[in-house]
Design a protein around this ligand. Structure first.
Ligand code: HEC
Ligand code: HEC
Ligand code: HEC
Length: 454
């Protein structure tokens, strides 16, 4: 009996001593005064954030033990697919809206590091002093990015009511957007696939777009409304801006089918009045690929949809949303949807793995055959880390832009929400949550003279 007591005491003493030594060696210190970005870098380092969120992780010694190695590898795989922090933490002064939103979310929810890590590394997890520093940095960085103090506490912002543009060029661009002469057989215009009355995307029953001669493309047409707010264009980001984007479809063999822009320009030049108009507005280039695409891009600056009910709410109209919609908005924020669907466009700012959790492509409807366009960002960058990363689509007017995802695989908005929970968040979503988030998403339909609400 005495012996047992002795051992119990000995173990307890050893544990206490161990804790003391551990705390002495590994205890966190608050960062020194200095730029906030530097202080946050220090905080991320001290909380082990870089261990898992890195492509080349420096793992702790125990991760080499059997079983632990598999568990750790799994964490790292999911973690870095969600957000890279090793490189990013060195450059927080330049952090984009997405990184700001991701760090804000895990700071507010105290979700990181994950519980298993905290069990071994006592003391990790943000303290209130650390949280306060992160919160100050989030505000500061948002104000730098947006140039205003308004909405510095929110990952999403309202669509502005106006984006400066050149009226004469936009007017010409509007006509070009609707001009079928750009396609080889005079049947298709930009507006054939981007139907402005119906949300700026393709018909609801078109999973992928039908181009010239009934040829089918590989991806679902995203909306052209609010595309001006995207950081890059296309699902795989291969166009840097709207002008570069507009040069693509006309010479795409399954879209508008032309051989070259020279052919298109030659055809348009048969129209003497049009040539004159271009010469007046573009004295240097006249009617050319450059001027046609520039005019279209100018017109697209007018394709914005302010004044959705949600934006009215953001701007202070407390009654703009119903109780259920408001609940959906909070769930959207609390679950971290806005960490990817950020900013004015609630998307369009980053490329994320379709399947942070699970294998989306293996589990997808078998009738949809794997297509080169399913490779995502890698098709543009060639970087293996970019396989199956897609531009986060805007959620503006999402109620009108079915079917969903790059492959158009999902017909219903609530099913798309469920898939996001499964593949992006790795968790189940209750029917109630699915319903209220879907109700919230339906409040994102904005106003535009051409847009008919459904
Ligand atoms: C032991 C590995 C590990 C460590 C350490 C870790 N993470 Fe994570 N992190 C993950 C995993 C795995 C996920 C995927 C989501 C999940 O499992 O909850 C994740 C998800 C995230 C997300 C997105 C989801 C959310 O809750 O916002 C952010 C942001 C994030 N981590 C930031 C951090 C930060 C900041 C730290 C340091 C305080 C940190 N992580 C430490 C493994 C880790
Ligand atoms: C045959 C149907 C079709 C035609 C014609 C067409 N598009 Fe598209 N559009 C698409 C598809 C499909 C995509 C997505 C392609 C991708 O990401 O690889 C797209 C992408 C876009 C995007 C990018 C949006 C985003 O969020 O990435 C814009 C902007 C756009 N189109 C405008 C135009 C303009 C301007 C024209 C006329 C010059 C045009 N489209 C002609 C089907 C079409
Ligand atoms: C890790 C980043 C990330 C998170 C978190 C995330 N999404 Fe997404 N979302 C994406 C990407 C990427 C796509 C496009 C995937 C594709 O096309 O294959 C997408 C697509 C969607 C679509 C389809 C839109 C369209 O036009 O095709 C909806 C709706 C959506 N997300 C809602 C949500 C909701 C609601 C949540 C929270 C429960 C959420 N997302 C969380 C990145 C994310």
């Amino acid at each position: 009996m005495k012996k047992a007591l002795f051992w119990i005491c000995a173990v307890a003493l050893a544990a206490l001593l161990g804790t003391a030594v551990y705390r002495f060696c590994f205890w966190k210190t608050l960062p020194e005064e200095g730029p906030l970005a530097q202080q946050v870098e220090h905080i991320l380092q001290q909380n082990g954030c870089l261990v898992c969120h890195s492509y080349e992780p420096e793992l702790p010694f125990y991760s080499k033990l059997p079983i632990m190695d598999k568990i750790m590898a799994g964490h790292v795989r999911h973690a870095v697919r969600f957000v890279e922090l090793d490189e990013a933490s060195k450059n927080l002064a330049e952090a984009d809206e997405v990184l700001v939103a991701k760090l804000e979310h895990c700071m507010l929810t105290s979700s990181m590091p994950i519980a298993e890590y905290r069990m071994i590394h006592w003391g990790t997890g943000f303290t209130s002093a650390e949280k306060e520093i992160i919160a100050r940095w989030v505000r500061e960085r948002r104000m730098q990015i947006t140039g205003t103090e308004e909405f510095a506490d929110s990952p999403v912002r309202p669509v502005p009511s106006y984006v400066p543009y050149d009226e004469a060029k936009a007017d010409l661009g509007k006509r070009m957007f609707n001009d079928t002469r750009i396609s080889l057989d005079n049947t298709i215009s930009c507006a054939s696939c981007h139907i402005l009355e119906e949300g700026g995307a393709d018909h609801e029953d078109d999973r992928v777009s039908e181009g010239i001669n009934g040829l089918l493309g590989g991806v679902n047409a995203p909306t052209c409304y609010n595309a001006i707010f995207n950081k890059q264009q296309f699902w795989n980001g291969r166009a840097a801006d709207l002008q570069e984007q507009a040069a693509g479809p006309p010479v795409n063999p399954v879209e508008m089918g032309d051989q070259s822009w020279d052919d298109i320009v030659a055809r348009l030049k048969c129209d003497a009045a049009l040539v004159k108009e271009f010469e007046a507005l573009y004295p240097e280039s006249g009617l050319s690929m450059h001027s046609v695409t520039d005019a279209i891009a100018e017109y697209e600056k007018t394709l914005i949809t302010p004044d959705s009910r949600f934006d009215k709410y953001l701007k202070g109209d407390a009654n703009a949303l119903t109780k259920k919609e408001l609940k959906g908005y909070h769930e959207f924020i609390d679950n971290g949807c806005a960490a990817c669907h950020v900013g004015v466009n609630m998307g369009g700012q980053s490329f994320e793995h379709m399947g942070v959790f699970g294998n989306y492509f293996a589990e997808r409807d078998k009738d949809i055959k794997r297509h080169a366009d399913d490779d995502g960002l890698i098709g543009f960058t060639g970087n293996p880390r970019d396989l199956e990363r897609f531009k986060v689509p805007t959620l503006r007017n999402v109620a009108l832009t079915a079917p969903y995802f790059h492959d158009g695989s999902e017909d219903d908005l609530d099913d798309a929400v469920e898939k996001m929970f499964e593949y992006m968040l790795g968790k189940d979503c209750t029917d109630k949550t699915e319903e209220s988030i879907t109700a919230f998403l339906k409040t994102l339909t904005g106003e535009h003279p051409e847009l008919k609400r459904q």
